[in-house]
Design a protein. Structure first.
Length: 460
């Protein structure tokens, strides 16, 4: 990405706090507001750790089944998750990668779909041991098409023309209509609505439908934002808009639901702000790192009356930026989960470069490749999933495209034959590797036992 445009975009933010000094790359993150949240009877975050309703640790593996609200196979998927030690799954409430969209993924009908899903999961949990309960992470993003009816997606990244996405001005509070010059040869957009027109009232309806369910893990906001790396759309205020949008949507949800967790996040911060301080190498550029830290400090302070509770990341092919984010958040006492983990199949040379050639081995043991961590220490190897969770404090990891296999589970709407673990050549070996990860995380949870700090915590 073109760094030259990003050098000029750091503006004072309306939601930011005091950032670390730019000249001191070793500065510790400054004190930030608490992001913990607990309501008795629901999944909680206390001291940056995830707990079930009984205050047992819930660091765990999840499943990505974004279209499960709209297809068959729920019972089969739940039983498969239970047998493989998975404790949560993620659905996308607008559906994912579906054109035309599902008929029920519309206002007035999707609320019923979510309610039915949650009730079935509640019944499943009631029939099993509480330590096997499974929870639903409901993603409230329409970043990609088809999204919500009425929203206008566009090509906003000149070097990636595979899909239209929400444009940066969509996040701008108080400006309900905007014009946008598309990249990739797209026609100019005129009079496109911002998030307050369609998205915010839709979120209010969806959250109302799920606010009382003990089977809900939480609500996920956020996705990567672009339109900041080209001459035509180098929008300097975009990060300010994103912070303000985060604050507004957290308060919108908290006005309705005081029980469940709220997830913010993106692929990783370097992508969110178009700031590649590693220059895509194994080492950190000390002259570029402070800018990344400043933006993180502002995000950690992006709170109104309430703060978001968990930061979600995507981690593909051992890219280092999400690991940096997880380490920074651990030091700040904020819970972090990888909601998408993937290793990409492809040409043999790409597989060797991305994960050493064996995906199951990479999940278990990592990759023998030196890299510099956030503290400046050179690590001899990239960590496997269980070690990654231990070293960075991750509270959850979910392999991308991980529906239960078999025709009864209806996996095809959620299958990804490049990055997923179902309907792929190494399916059996990948599920075995992930089962070993779940067993390691659950053994750690049981050794720790219920948390007194969680039991005594009350959110205001």
């Amino acid at each position: 990405m073109a760094v030259s445009f990003v050098l000029a975009v750091m503006l004072p933010g309306t939601a930011g706090g005091q950032a670390p000094q730019a000249g001191d790359p070793s500065a510790e993150p400054s004190a930030v507001p608490s992001h913990d949240w607990r309501e008795a009877g629901f999944v909680a975050v206390v001291d940056g750790r995830l707990f079930d309703p009984d205050c047992w640790p819930l660091a765990s593996v999840g499943s990505n089944v974004p279209n499960l609200m709209f297809r068959g196979g729920l019972a089969e998927n739940l039983e498969w998750m239970r047998r493989h030690g998975m404790r949560w799954f993620r659905v996308i409430v607008t559906g994912h990668a579906r054109t035309p969209p599902y008929a029920d993924a519309v206002v007035g009908r999707v609320e019923g779909r979510l309610t039915r899903l949650l009730r079935e999961v509640e019944a499943f949990n009631a029939a099993h041991d509480p330590r096997e309960s499974i929870y639903v992470l409901a993603s409230l993003t329409d970043y990609y098409e088809p999204g919500l009816t009425g929203d206008r997606h566009g090509y906003d990244k000149p070097d990636w023309c595979l899909a239209r996405v929400l444009n940066a001005p969509w996040f701008r509070r108080g400006v309900r209509s905007y014009d946008f010059r598309q990249e990739c040869g797209g026609e100019p957009l005129a009079g496109a609505p911002n998030y307050e027109v369609n998205y915010k009232p839709w979120v209010q309806r969806v959250v109302t439908a799920g606010a009382d369910s003990p089977a809900l893990l939480g609500w996920q906001l956020g996705n990567e934002m672009k339109a900041r790396d080209s001459a035509s759309n180098a929008i300097a205020e975009a990060y300010d808009w994103y912070l303000d949008w985060t604050i507004d949507m957290v308060e919108t949800i908290r006005a309705i639901d005081r029980a469940h967790l709220i997830f913010a996040g993106g692929q990783h911060m370097a992508e969110l702000i178009d700031w590649h301080y590693r220059a895509d190498g194994p080492d950190i550029r000390p002259d570029l790192r402070p800018h990344w830290q400043e933006h993180w400090d502002r995000m950690l302070r992006a709170c109104g009356e309430h703060c978001w509770n968990v930061w979600s990341l995507s981690y593909y092919d051992f890219q280092l930026y999400p690991v940096d984010d997880a380490m920074l958040l651990q030091r700040s006492g904020v819970a972090t989960m990888v909601v998408e983990h993937g290793l990409s199949l492809g040409p043999r040379e790409d597989e060797l470069r991305n994960f050493g050639g064996s995906r199951p081995l990479a999940v278990r043991e990592g990759l023998d490749r030196p890299w510099q961590d956030l503290t400046g220490t050179w690590q001899p190897r990239l960590w496997g999933v269980a070690e990654l969770a231990e070293r960075t404090g991750l509270q959850g990891v979910a392999p991308w495209s991980s529906p239960a296999p078999g025709p009864g589970a209806d996996p095809l709407p959620d299958a990804d034959t490049q990055r997923g673990i179902t309907n792929v050549p190494d399916e059996t070996e990948m599920w075995q590797a992930w089962s070993e990860v779940t067993a390691q995380l659950e053994a750690s949870n049981r050794r720790a036992g219920p948390s007194a700090a969680c039991e005594s915590h009350r959110s205001s």
